[in-house]
Design a protein around this ligand. Structure first.
Ligand SMILES: NC(=O)C1=CN([C@@H]2O[C@H](COP(=O)(O)OP(=O)(O)OC[C@H]3O[C@@H](n4cnc5c(N)ncnc54)[C@H](OP(=O)(O)O)[C@@H]3O)[C@@H](O)[C@H]2O)C=CC1
Ligand SMILES: Nc1nc2c(c(=O)[nH]1)N=C([C@H](O)[C@@H](O)CO)CN2
Length: 238
């Protein structure tokens, strides 16, 4: 049965892979984007509903919620969108960096989950109910010397996982996915790659398929909620 899946940040990488997968599975995708890449047109041509949504803009979030309310069988929300801001981000004060990190990674998911909770419960499918998935990060449990505000906001996002899991059971499951080295960025040089891979006892990029399959598992689970799934190559054992 075709379901509707709301995914934030579908313009590239993991968000684009998730949107592509669910479209291939015959589901409806409501995807948000910030930058209008050619990938957005590709997803639209494949039937996705796309909405430009700057997640620091309450009016844009309100428009997203209004659009989501009109869609049938909304049973999954995936909070993927994220800004990996370093603590020395150009032309931003520490206050601005922390505000941006907390709004994108905590405020926006909080606002969207609260507004759509009743619809998720109402539209819950009879296999695994409805699901919310928060993309956190391995550094949520460990901290980071160069991305402190980012790491703190991801830790706060996992705390939202715990709260919403309790609030929305039994119709809705809520879980975190805490990745580490899933996909390098284009600007990552060889020295960075060697250093990043050496942090794990499985020195590799996890790749997109690993994440897509974990999202699908959590979407269909009838007994997993309030948990965090590490996808980190055994970094904690290094
Ligand atoms: N890739 C990895 O190895 C890891 C990823 N993760 C987490 O997994 C998730 C996906 O990662 P990845 O695909 O690499 O993420 P990217 O940083 O490549 O993409 C994130 C998306 O979120 C969008 N976004 C960022 N800020 C905002 C904003 N203020 N408003 C609206 N949209 C915004 C971006 O839009 P735009 O393109 O316009 O900037 C982009 O499309 C993220 O939550 C990330 O923190 C965690 C650890 C490792
Ligand atoms: N929004 C993003 N968050 C993160 C990214 C990214 O590209 N976008 N990348 C990482 C790194 O892969 C890091 O985990 C490597 O140690 C972290 N978060």
């Amino acid at each position: 049965m075709s379901r509707t899946i709301l995914i934030t940040g579908v313009g590239k990488r993991i968000g684009f892979a998730l949107a592509s997968y669910f479209l291939e599975q015959g589901h409806k995708v409501l995807g948000t984007y910030r930058t209008h890449y050619p990938s957005i047109e590709q997803l639209a041509q494949r039937g996705a509903t796309l909405i430009q949504c700057e997640l620091t803009d309450d009016n844009a979030i309100a428009a997203l919620i209004k659009q989501a309310q009109t869609m049938d069988n909304l049973d999954t929300i995936i909070h993927n969108a994220s800004d990996w801001l370093p603590d020395n981000a150009h032309n931003m004060s520490p206050s601005q960096i922390m505000q941006q990190m907390m709004q994108v990674h905590v405020g926006a998911p909080y606002q969207i989950n609260l507004a759509l909770a009743a619809k998720l419960k109402q539209d819950a499918n009879d296999i695994g109910g409805s699901s919310i998935i928060h993309f956190t990060d391995y550094v949520a449990e460990k901290g980071s010397k160069k991305h402190m505000a980012y790491a703190a906001s991801k830790a706060a996002l996992h705390n939202l996982t715990l709260s919403f899991a309790s609030l929305l059971a039994p119709q809705v499951t809520v879980n975190s996915i805490a990745p580490a080295m899933i996909l390098f960025n284009e600007h990552d040089d060889d020295a960075y790659k060697v250093n990043a891979l050496a942090k794990a006892i499985l020195p590799k990029e996890a790749g997109l398929e690993e994440i897509v399959q974990l999202v699908e598992y959590l979407r269909n689970s009838q007994y997993v909620t309030g948990r965090s799934y590490a996808v980190d190559g055994g970094r904690h054992l290094r």
